[in-house]
Design a protein around this ligand. Structure first.
Ligand code: ATR
Length: 273
């Protein structure tokens, strides 16, 4: 049977096996999908061993996305832009192809929530790996403006300069930000520590869309905060997780699975509904 897995550390709580098993059932593909948690300095060896032993493809998550970028034979244009690899496929001619489906997953999830990206003013919080992966797919949707704000301003400036050729992207400090924005995307890891990016509540209005790439069984700190200040449309990263997985599944199998029912089952599994 064709074998796939996700590499991460820690990875025990990954929902990828659950999601891909449902995709496989739905599309009647024969495959198995597991977990691998190599020591941080043993990822390269574990990756090679997996493919030497007949593995067909894998997902890569924290903290291995940067390493995966350097280990594959070939990079897709979107992986090159993201500077990170979250999906690897062994091609029929034996080439390890590195791809990045995170940004496409974000955009697909935003669209499935009915969020309009064309001509919109987008505020992206954070300038780490998650922000970098999101930039090209967001700019491809032709927003009127995309502003990056980051605690360490120099990193936002660097990202804006790097993606400037793709669209109207600028960097501003949290203090400089002036609304109105149509959409705020939190790509920071602040919610992981129950912290908030230092955003003024004055930027939150009833028609704004709020997206947190993090997710949990209850609202993230950022989503609770935005709701408190009047935001009506809030979304967490669970949909992005399912959509990036669907994109990876499509890369591997050439068949695009449906995501709606899988997202519903995942929510039930997490106790969200
Ligand atoms: P990821 O790959 O998830 O993006 P990362 O590359 O470590 O992770 O980036 C984390 C991002 O969250 C950074 O933009 C970080 O800001 P700094 O560049 O200033 O470190 C941001 N971040 C983390 N905790 C934060 C907090 N409490 N408030 C604001 N930003 C935070």
């Amino acid at each position: 049977m064709d074998r796939y897995l996700v590499f991460g550390h820690p990875v025990r709580h990954s929902k990828s096996p659950f999601i891909h098993t449902l995709f496989a059932r739905q599309t009647q593909q024969e495959l198995e999908y597991g977990l691998a948690e190599p020591a941080v300095d043993e990822f390269a060896h574990a990756l090679r061993t997996f493919f030497d032993q007949g593995g067909k493809g894998c997902n890569v998550t924290v903290p291995f996305k940067g390493q995966a970028f350097t280990l594959v034979d070939r990079l897709s244009p979107r992986a090159k832009r993201a500077g990170a690899v979250n999906t690897i496929k062994l091609t029929d001619d034996g080439v390890l192809l590195g791809d990045n489906t995170d940004g496409a997953g974000l955009v697909a999830d935003l669209k499935s929530h009915g969020v309009t990206l064309a001509d919109s003013r987008i505020l992206l919080l954070g300038a780490g790996g998650a922000a970098r992966g999101a930039l090209a797919p967001l700019l491809a949707e032709l927003p009127s403006e995309l502003v990056i704000a980051n605690r360490t301003h120099a990193k936002a400036q660097q990202l804006a300069a790097e993606f400037h050729d793709l669209g109207p992207v600028t960097a501003q400090t949290y203090e400089q930000l002036a609304g109105p924005f149509d959409l705020v995307i939190n790509s920071t890891s602040a919610s992981l520590q129950g912290e908030l990016p230092p955003l003024t509540p004055a930027l939150i209005h009833t028609d704004i869309a709020i997206y947190d790439m993090m997710y949990g069984a209850s609202d993230t700190a950022f989503i609770s905060w935005a709701k408190q200040h009047g935001a009506r449309q809030t979304m967490d990263g669970l949909g992005m997780l399912v959509e990036q997985a669907a994109e990876a599944f499509t890369v591997w199998r050439g068949i695009r699975p449906g995501t709606k029912q899988v997202l519903r089952e995942l929510k039930r599994n997490l106790g969200v509904i």
